[in-house]
Write a new protein. Structure first.
Length: 156
């Protein structure tokens, strides 16, 4: 009986220790990413490039800030779809200069592929803007991203 209790305690302790490892150690999508965003015409022509920082939380939530002052913070959800592949949906407001009432509410849907080194990803997706007047505008984008982690972030 003592052996069984010891074995159960050992297994529970190892399981708890594994669950407490930082998300960066798991090398999945969880973590903070430096993202280059190419906004395209959906036919391969890049219209503009912007940059963002994305945070993929272990609970399945995602937050993003961009270098554009004309849009708010993105909030959304993500999930693993298969090994090394993920899906994300998030939303943000766009504002006309100089930050008047909102111009549109954007919905982003993307498919993310984590590179084999687990420190880079690429993605592609669509954005649909519901404008304040009720009309919609659609577009496409691609992302290339590099993981930011601890002191490694100093190299950026």
């Amino acid at each position: 009986m003592k052996t069984s209790i010891f074995g159960i305690c050992a297994i529970l302790t190892l399981g708890l220790a594994a669950s407490l490892l930082p998300a960066q150690e798991n090398r999945g999508l969880e973590g903070v990413w430096d993202v280059s965003v190419d906004v395209t015409d959906c036919h391969g022509t890049t219209l503009r490039t912007v940059h963002s920082v994305q945070l993929f939380n272990p609970d399945g939530s995602v937050l993003e800030t961009s270098n554009l002052g004309s849009r708010g913070i993105s909030e959304g959800v993500w999930k693993r779809s298969m090994d090394g592949m993920y899906e994300a949906t998030y939303w943000f407001f766009r504002y006309p200069p100089p930050l008047g009432p909102y111009a549109s509410f954007a919905t982003i849907k993307e498919t993310i592929t984590l590179d084999s080194d687990r420190d880079h990803f690429t993605s592609s997706g669509t954005v649909v803007d519901l404008k304040a007047d009720g009309t919609t505008v659609s577009g496409c984008f691609t992302h290339t991203a590099e993981r930011l982690a601890g002191l490694e972030a100093d190299r950026h």
